[in-house]
Design a protein. Structure first.
Length: 875
């Protein structure tokens, strides 16, 4: 293709700083992007040119000249954004990491007038440390190349690029007199690397083979080469003080702090006042530059969900200065890129990072040497800029997380995002806002949310959300059948107005006799309406993904119907009915798995294949598979089901066998045999260990047609769901505390005490507070009480310890429930406390107090609902 290098005098004046060689490299980079996206034939219709920025900000233009489409930009990523604009606006096409619509019109349309758009942001940031464990851990170059292209199409210019750190640490510690064996218990396996990087754990999922270290280093070099070629500035890693145990042994007199996170054992933090701190930090930066080069941005997060060893102002001030100086000694041009999660997350030391101590920390660093990342902009309550004085003069980037743990769910607060953005940009307290970004923990399953965020980074943002939503469907599918439009009206209303996930299918958690749960009939209708669009959209990749995703959501939630049927037959001791209900449940699991198998984005086999490819020997490959499986089932044991997935292969190879174990246990109990809960847990543990430690032969490619399987399952289950939806529900009594006055001395964000008595038992609802904390309910009159039910946050292996007290006058209290030594895992059905044995006639009280003492997972307590009963109904 002819290169339009534009040799006019004006062009030469504008681009005097660029050599002809570098300009040609930029043109080649942009042309390479266009060809990878469109193919060589269509790419030949485009010409690439470069123009100056607009008032210091990136800009692009699109114009037709002599039957050529000219894409102009201030750099290759601006040209990339121009290409995306062309595809969206002129072709009704789109790309995403969750399905493409590249059914290009022929011939390609020629824009009739020039289009021009700029960004108000110097920085457009991408990625979160955690995404390297939850989503990217087993990726190869082909996957990375496509993701980098998507980044370029959206104008991203500041990506977080953290792979290959282990190679740098090896070189660093070799220079400091250590050998590779000293680090064998330091590096984590690929599934847990981000948390090792952040100092949360050491060695978990290891020992890390040298072959993996070398492969990751080679891959990082390819990634960095491509992002730099496209004009991006990658953010690399820096030193926060986290050291291997070998350093502690070699320097016994050095001041080292032991930290612990989520029960993973101690990690070691070198005190910032130690001379060794600067030596290690600067050596790391220099070695990293030798291996990977640098663009002078370094991600350093001293305390990810962990408390500093001291709250003395001088200590905090010295901490900031020393971390900065160790970085600057290695790179005098360096900028510290800091996630602000540590000082605004209510679950972790909200009370520690008050404005005074946070300001001291931020003031210890010059304004031009720190770039702060504001996370979770999709939730105002978890946003810190307006609480922390616009980050105290530091330049900062407004980022949204959207997805936690790479969980599979349909949700996303579209109006919250646009409203929070409007509030932020119009605020006089926003400080030195310089960018916008996406800092997801996982790549997620809601492309509409990410597309909104990408579009908000350019022009003047999104002012008319309803108009934007209509346009999104057009570029997502090319054409929008009426049934599909109606399906999305439901999704926009029901799921894309909430920024917190719903919890997913109960099949992702341990088997149990769950109550029947009502599936929102609007979601059921959305599945049916989406399926009706198949005649026009069956060939559209994006449509097939969305179809499977909606079906997954509906079927997954309906699983409790089959568990409820098993429960009814079990308690009625109907063996024949129990056998049928058990068969139905196992068949449902198979069908659910078959739906997910039709789309590549829901395949456990692909996840495992990626991890296994990191290893070089059979033993290494099996260790990598162990990593892949443990993270998405029990997170290594301590974070439980935080990162569970709804993927084909999980339900067939893992969930179904667990249910078979459980059903066999129930059958034996029905037949009079004694099978303790302890024995059941042992049986689970034996299976889980064997499953995680062995190779699972699972498909790495889709099996079956998404449309055909969806039609079959709709006929089999969709109509049934509409007819039987929620009929098996046995409503648990709401109790007498609902709507009563609830008081607590403290709470986190908007999680006020009244939410613990509002009748809503969903786990994300309720009263949250730093432990220990107490909530007191005034029943308004003296009642005779017979029991209580405490619903807490659940979903991992956490447990809560608490006590319940009653009083007639609010002065003298009597303990009636003692759970202070409890280690029972929190669950979706809460914990029911009957007091009839100790108090056969009930106990008279007007006031009830719930004293929450401990949460095994973190420093906060979370009461979704606190029920108080004045009868024996339901017991």
């Amino acid at each position: 293709m002819m290169k339009n290098l534009c040799t006019s005098a004006l062009f030469l004046l504008l681009f005097a700083p660029f050599t002809a060689a570098s300009m040609q490299e930029n043109v080649s980079a942009a042309e390479g992007l266009i060809e990878r996206v469109l193919g060589k034939s269509d790419a030949a219709l485009f010409e690439v040119e470069f123009i100056s920025q607009q008032d210091g900000y990136d800009v692009f233009e699109i114009e037709t000249i002599k039957n050529k489409i000219h894409l102009r930009g201030s750099n290759p990523v601006s040209v990339g954004r121009a290409l995306k604009y062309y595809l969206n606006e002129y072709c009704n096409c789109s790309l995403s990491w969750r399905g493409d619509n590249l059914n290009l019109p022929s011939p390609l349309p020629m824009p009739e007038s020039k289009a021009r758009e700029s960004t108000p942001f110097e920085y457009r940031y991408f990625f979160n440390n955690c995404v390297y464990g939850y989503s990217l851990a087993g990726w190869n170059w082909q996957q990375w190349e496509r993701m980098i292209d998507i980044m370029a199409l959206n104008g991203i210019n500041l990506p977080l690029c953290l792979l290959g750190q282990e190679k740098v640490w090896q070189e660093t510690y070799l220079e400091l007199g250590f050998d590779k064996d000293d680090l064998k218990d330091f590096f984590a396996g690929p599934a847990w690397m981000p948390w090792q990087w952040m100092g949360n754990l050491d060695g978990w999922g290891g020992p890390l083979p040298q072959s993996v270290i070398d492969k990751q280093a080679d891959l990082q070099k390819k990634i960095l080469s491509r992002v730099r070629e496209l004009g991006m500035k990658p953010v690399l890693s820096g030193f926060s003080g986290h050291i291997p145990a070998a350093v502690v042994s070699k320097y016994p007199d050095a001041e080292v702090h032991e930290l612990e996170w989520q029960g993973f054992g101690p990690t070691y933090l070198l005190d910032w006042q130690e001379p060794l701190f600067k030596q290690i930090g600067s050596t790391f930066i220099k070695k990293q530059k030798e291996i990977y080069g640098t663009d002078h941005y370094y991600s350093i997060d001293p305390f990810n969900e962990m408390r500093p060893p001291s709250d003395e102002p001088d200590y905090i001030r010295n901490m900031g200065k020393t971390i900065l100086n160790s970085m600057l000694e290695g790179d005098p041009q360096g900028t510290w890129v800091l996630m602000t999660w540590f000082c605004k997350s209510p679950q972790f030391d909200w009370n520690y990072w008050q404005t005074d101590i946070t300001e001291i920390f931020f003031d210890s660093i010059p304004n031009d040497k720190l770039l702060a990342l504001e996370l979770h902009a999709d939730s105002l309550q978890w946003t810190g800029w307006f609480r922390q004085n616009g980050w105290y003069g530091k330049p900062w980037i407004w980022c949204a997380i959207q997805n936690f743990g790479y969980t599979v769910d349909i949700y996303g607060g579209l109006p919250q995002i646009t409203d929070n953005y409007k509030m932020m940009v119009e605020s006089d307290n926003k400080g030195n806002l310089v960018g916008m970004g996406i800092a997801m923990e996982g790549l997620g399953y809601n492309p509409v949310v990410f597309e909104l965020l990408f579009d908000m980074m350019w022009a003047e943002g999104v002012h008319d959300l309803d108009q934007w939503k209509e346009k999104y469907l057009l570029k997502r599918y090319g054409v929008v059948p009426e049934s599909v439009r109606k399906a999305w009206e439901i999704l926009y209303s029901v799921r894309y107005t909430r920024h917190e996930r719903t919890g997913g299918t109960p099949l992702s958690y341990a088997p149990g006799l769950w109550d029947d749960a009502q599936v929102d009939v609007r979601l059921v209708n959305a599945w049916q309406l989406m399926l009706a669009g198949a005649e026009e959209l069956a060939d559209c990749q994006a449509y097939r993904y969305d179809l499977v995703n909606i079906g997954r959501e509906v079927m997954g939630l309906y699983a409790s119907h089959y568990s409820n049927a098993i429960k009814n037959e079990f308690y009625s001791k109907d063996v024949e009915g129990f056998e049928k209900a058990s068969k139905d449940m196992l068949e449902f699991i198979d069908d659910f798995d078959s739906l997910l198998a039709t789309n590549k984005h829901f395949l456990l086999g692909r996840w495992i294949k990626g991890f296994r490819s990191l290893g070089s020997t059979p033993e290494e490959k099996q260790l990598m598979e162990w990593n892949a499986k443990r993270q998405i089932t029990d997170w290594g044991g301590n974070n439980g089901t935080y990162a569970v997935k709804e993927w084909s292969g999980i339900f067939s190879s893992y969930t179904k066998p667990l249910w078979e174990i459980y059903l066999n246990c129930l059958k034996k109990r029905m037949q009079g045999e004694t099978v303790s809960d302890e024995q059941l847990e042992k049986n689970y543990a034996v299976f889980r260990k064997k499953w995680a430690s062995s190779h699972s032969e699972l498909s790495t490619k889709p099996v079956g047609c998404a449309v055909e399987v969806s039609r079959r399952l709709w006929q089999k289950y969709g109509i049934e769901i509409k007819e039987n939806n929620g009929k098996g529900i046995i409503k648990t009594p709401s109790g007498i505390a609902v709507g009563k006055k609830a008081e607590a001395p403290s709470w986190e964000n908007y999680r006020k005490p009244e939410y613990a008595v509002d009748g809503d038992i969903k786990r994300d609802n309720g009263w949250w507070a730093a432990a220990p904390a107490a909530i007191t309910i005034d029943l308004e009159k003296v009642e005779t009480l017979f029991g209580f039910q405490v619903y807490t946050y659940w979903g991992d292996s956490r447990y809560y310890q608490y006590e319940i007290e009653t009083s007639l006058d609010g002065e003298k209290w009597v303990r009636v429930v003692d759970m202070l030594s409890n280690t029972r895992q929190a669950g979706r059905n809460g914990c029911l406390h009957k007091i009839k044995i100790a108090h056969p006639e009930g106990i008279k009280a007007r006031y009830v107090r719930l004293n929450m003492v401990k949460n095994s997972a973190n420093g906060s307590v979370h009461v979704s609902e606190f029920k108080v009963f004045n009868s024996e109904i339901g017991f």
